[in-house]
Ligand binder design. Sequence first.
Ligand code: MET
Ligand SMILES: [Zn+2]
Length: 775
Amino acid sequence: MSSSASSLKSTILGFPRMGSDRQLKKLVEGFWAGKITEDELADGSKKLRAEHWELQKSYGLTEVPTGDFSYYDHVLDAAYAVGIVPERYQALDKKNGLQAYFAMARGLQDKSIGVDVPSLEMKKWFDTNYHFMVPEIADNQQFSLHSTKTIDEFKEAKALGFSARPVVLGPVTLLTLSKPAKDSSSKPLDHLSRLIPVYFEVLSQLAAAGAEWVQIDEPVLALDLDASVFKPAFEQAYGEFAKIEGLKYLLTSYFDRLGDNLGWAAALPVDGIHLDLVRGGSDIDAALKLVPADKIVSAGLINGRNIWKANLDKQLAVLNKVISARSSAAPVWISSSCSLLHSPHSLKPEVGHLDEETLGWLSFAEEKIEEVVILAAAAIDRSKVEQQLKDNAAKVLSRQESERITRPAVQQRLSALDKAFYSRQAPFAERQHVQRASLKLPLFPTTTIGSFPQTAEVRKARAQFRKGALSASQYKEFLDVETRKCIEWQDEAGLDVLVHGEFERTDMVEFFGENLEGFVFTKKGWVQSYGSRCVKPPVIFGDVSRPKPMTVDVARFAQSCSPNKPVKGMLTGPVTILQWSFVRDDQPRSKTAGQIALAIRDEVVDLEAAGIKVIQVDEPAIREGLPLRKADYDAYLKWSVDVFRLATTGVKNETQIHSHFCYSDFNEIFTAIKGLDADVITIENSKSDLKLLGALEVHGYAAEIGPGLYDIHSPRVPSVEEMKARFAALQKYVPAENLWANPDCGLKTRGWAEVKEALVNLVAVARDARSKQHA
Ligand code: MET
Ligand SMILES: [Zn+2]
């Protein structure tokens, strides 16, 4: 073995913050509710950090990251630490820094202190399901060292005797993820020169506190960057940081290859470069050549964002390749591909919940640490960990060979499809004609997106049913009553295309996962989504199929409650089911999506046969699946459009297919949306009005469309007047006969009182518009 192996360091880029039992969620929410004090929050958090470092050390990591902890979000922390506090929070910040921090995170309405501020905007962290708070940079932005969190947490770990490496979100990424404050025109990155000195101060203090290495995360390096802008920006920042005596930098990027940025990024004056060899592995040969011999390479070999056991033999081969390519002067580190923030905490609670076999296939954060340590040990002396490697190989093989994973009938069905499975029988114009004759909807039809309020009563009944306190028939009776009430109300309110309300679903992906083969559900597999909110994604482990109809009974019952108006069948689309799950890694995602699509297709066909004339297949997550690199867009869009078509084209021309999109700006993929060939799309629009109108203007849209008339995320009731104005604006871009009136997403998070008022107003808007057309 090359001599550099002997100095292998084993570490991870970051650890999940929440705790094994979501302790951090409880602490933070307890503090918000006034149940615990600021000191109790701080003490509880300190204890949690120490536990997490201890856990990492106990498995044998040689160094632990610090500063990866956060009360809410690490981007907000990084912004706050350098004094990026928008004006509207500044008065509060002077009085109470923590309160201002949480106000930036989630808004604050407190009459007693005269504060009413909304939160910062929230965005997805690259292509993960983690959301960060978007910092706002004003033209006259001042930067200053505003919080010593990074330094304090490093000292804390050091005082406890851990060999620690502070993690800092890099200045270029921080500014690139920021947006200009309202009425500011400068680009955030233009402020870099003035931000660098504050970073310099933080880094100097870390050096003074005894830090040897600092991990600087610059994940923007995984994006397509304009080298004429970013190369000098990075050179300026890192040129300055290099002046700090005695401090070494590990520059990290993850989630994709470094690509075109590799050449100049590898030459930056830092002491090590981290490579995500799970997602960015295609770069490996170039990277090993381009990273100068005196820099360490941190090999990100254990996937930080999926839950499968690593194939250690395979990763060991990659590691050995890295080691032999490097000089003995610059040792290699072995690490996770990205922070383990995106993995659940530990498999331990799943013992006894998941079956033995499945358990053997998985690896959460705690187990991933173990994998890092085994790899590091194996690179030095394989014989020391022979048994662990053998066990690992057996588990990996059992997943490959399990009959639960590969089911030939499912595979064959997908590979045998011909072109006809991807197209409706007739083009849209013809379908529109027959659908009009069959559905007889008025001009500007009104509808909703699917869910109605999930009241405490609905959730209680579900919980009781799950515990066995309600029998299946009692639960069904309860749901029937709710559904009937919901449909009768919609009918009275004057809505045209009704929905059953989705009372039987906690979540639009979980519901289908529970009804399909190929999924398992963990007990405590929580992953932070934003702030204190965690999600428990289903695990797609094997070939997906539909053992029996999933929604047909409910849809048939719902339609029977409405003799005169159509009730929509409500399904979640294949891309969204994929996107919000942990997905198997042993076949392309497109293939797994194709299998889900076939299951949904069968459901669509069954719904039609049961007399359902309008069927909605939601794809809110289609935009978020877009790859980070533009070069990869087309391939993704091609298969995601294909699987939607596969799911929806099995019906007659008379059957009207709807789809729904929300959560992001769709302009970039508008052409793909057209390619879905849906008869009607409803699309979130109220928060980004002009953007959608712009897309409609540029690209046009030939089919029917319902841009959301109001924001369902807010408890306020939209007035007739404001929705009228929006609707009038839309009529300039969409021909009247193609325009629908609807809210911008499902109503499950709202209360009935607001929902009723809002929808009555919405119906009034459509009626008013109709009367004007007829006049
Ligand atoms: C996030 S999109 C939600 C769509 C779903 N049909 C609902 O109404 O809740
Ligand atoms: Zn939605």
